[in-house]
Ligand binder design. Structure first.
Ligand code: F6P
Length: 558
């Protein structure tokens, strides 16, 4: 693979630098002077309607950003991803989450193997398993049907499944529910199992590597809980055979390391595989989504995958000038590198998307939080911004103050759907309309602000006029869809996957490794003996760590 292009040396970067220097942000004036601004900068991708017009852009800026994409080789890098080149260079892997949603019948040979038949064979296996659970054919060890699936995983093996489960709650089969255990804080597994009936509970241990400390520990705790409960009630005895049968009926696994699944004691027949060319944070559409398939059913999961594929096709084929993920990624670069924006808010006006910002944190920040490029040389510009957010309108009553009047530029994505799952009324007011009025009002307030004269015209005391001025020119992107269907959720995820990719390409980084999480994991293993009371191990820690561990040991009540 060719060396990364330094974006800062491209002609487009020089043009953007000049455009930024000369830019006088004036969203009011720009809208007043151009009746077509909203339509010029609005685009569709699948079911998504995306309005970029309230961003600090004009046609020249967008054209220069598109040139930047060409000059850093975005089209070639994108094709390299879609065709299975090893663009994850530090792990020497292909990056093929897009293959997970390719329809059957196309051929995609990677490292000598056509991966599409494998993808669909696994999907069929997951679908068949899910149907057995949903129909009640799969029973627990005492013959009762399953009513709760508990996904045990962390990071990409948790955040995607839990986010989508919450997003698609209206599609969950009556009588079934899913829970998600991730944190190694024992509170998590204790709380999530406390009201469950072991006879009707099925655990899905989801771990790409099947080595993750949190997941394996939680899986052992769950197995202990299950066996204790079943033994206490007399449902199983202490024999190996009885134990094996209970584990086989109440535990399945999802992993790329099926040998390790067997070592854990889960029957390999009850394990679903995927491949090292699927990154953990890109895996919700693989067998890692098994809990979702059980909850919402194969047909809805298939629609979810179709949603991803719609956006994949758009991203792969659309000209940059109308390519929504490309434009959104490039505009993010515009803010990070030319306006020094350090954060980016994602504000879903859809309660069911309440975990979407948390999901995006791993997707974007584990992907683009890098200080070296894919050839090992230092990056030449700032890279990954902090993604954060909460559902509207909760955020309005918490942190929007800073977005409206703070000193930092915080680009924000607003997301909403036209048709709500719950069309409730308050008197004769449609509550979804009150909700969406907030979405529209917030993006207008951020864009257009309120001048001192307008504040005065309200009769405001002169002394507090400055405090009540809104500068405006605070950029937002609005994303709307007809309804929060499985396909739309898939489209939203794929949109942000590709936005993340575009930013990584501009910065020349490997968006698909995550070496930055390793050091802390290694140190935790080293520190553990000291925490357990090994004086020698304690003496090898730094002063602060020794003091913290000593505090812990002095105060721990057993
Ligand atoms: O520590 C980070 C990480 O490797 C993530 O990238 C991954 O999603 C998560 O841990 C869980 O990994 P696994 O699925 O292998 O248990």
């Amino acid at each position: 693979m060719s060396a990364p292009v330094d974006p800062a040396t491209t002609p487009a970067w020089a043009t953007l630098t000049e455009l930024h220097r000369a830019l006088k942000p004036d969203l009011r004036g720009w809208f007043d002077g151009d009746a077509d601004r909203a339509s010029t900068f609005s685009f569709t991708a699948g079911d998504l309607f995306v309005d970029l017009s309230k961003n600090l852009i004009n046609s020249e800026i967008v054209a220069a950003l598109a040139q930047l994409a060409d000059q850093v080789g975005l089209p070639e890098r994108r094709e390299a991803m879609f065709t299975g080149e090893h663009i994850n260079v530090t792990e020497n892997r292909a990056v093929l989450h897009t293959a997970l949603r390719d329809p059957e019948g196309i051929e995609l040979v990677v490292d000598g193997t056509d991966v599409i038949p494998q993808v669909h064979e696994t999907l069929r296996k997951v679908y068949a398993f899910a149907e057995r659970v949903r129909s009640g054919e799969w029973t627990g060890v005492t013959g009762k049907p399953i009513s709760t699936v508990v996904n045990i995983g962390i990071g990409g093996s948790d955040l995607g499944p839990v986010m989508v489960y919450e997003a698609l709650l209206p599609y969950v089969q009556d009588g079934l529910k899913a829970r998600f255990v991730s944190n190694i804080d024992p509170t998590d597994v204790a709380e999530k199992t406390s009201d469950l009936d072991p006879e009707t509970t099925l655990f899905i241990v989801a771990s790409k590597t099947f080595t993750t400390l949190e997941t394996l520990t939680n899986a052992r705790l769950a197995r202990g809980w299950l066996l204790d409960q079943l033994r206490t009630s007399g449902a199983v005895d202490d024999s190996d055979e009885s134990t094996r049968e209970a584990v086989a009926k109440h535990f399945v696994a999802v992993s790329t390391a099926l040998d390790k699944v067997a070592d854990f004691g889960i029957d390999p027949d009850n394990a679903f595989g995927f491949w090292d060319w699927v990154g953990g944070r890109y895996s919700v559409d693989s067998a890692i989504g098994t809990a979702l398939v059980v909850a919402v059913g194969p047909d809805n999961f298939a629609d979810f995958l179709t949603g991803f594929h719609t956006i994949d096709t758009h991203f792969r084929t659309e000209e940059t000038s109308s390519n929504v993920p490309a434009l959104m990624g490039l505009i993010n670069v515009w803010y990070v590198n030319f306006f020094n924006a350090a954060t980016h808010a994602v504000l879903p006006y859809a309660q069911y998307l309440h975990r979407f910002p948390a999901y995006l944190q791993q997707l974007t920040m584990e992907s683009n939080g890098k200080g070296v490029r894919y050839d090992g040389t230092p990056v030449t510009t700032d890279t990954g911004e902090v993604f954060w957010g909460e559902p509207g309108t909760n955020g309005q009553h918490a942190f929007y103050q800073l977005i409206h009047q703070g000193t930092r530029l915080i680009p924000a994505d607003f997301i909403a759907v036209a048709t709500p799952a719950h069309p409730l009324t308050d008197g004769d007011a449609d509550v979804h309309e009150l909700f969406l009025a907030n979405f529209f009002a917030q993006t207008a307030a951020l864009a257009f602000g309120k001048t001192a004269d307008e504040v005065r015209a309200d009769g405001t005391d002169e002394a507090i006029v400055p405090a009540r001025v809104f500068t405006g020119n605070r950029p937002t992107t609005s994303i709307m869809a007809p309804a929060l269907t499985p396909a739309v959720v898939g489209q939203l995820i794929a949109l942000y996957e590709h936005i993340t990719f575009v930013q990584g390409v501009v910065w020349g980084i490997d968006s698909f490794d995550q070496w930055g999480v390793e050091l802390g994991k290694q140190l935790a293993l080293q520190v553990t003996p000291a925490v357990r009371g090994d004086a020698d191990a304690l003496s090898k820690q730094d002063g602060s760590t020794q003091s913290l561990i000593t505090y812990y040991r002095d105060h721990r009540a057993f």
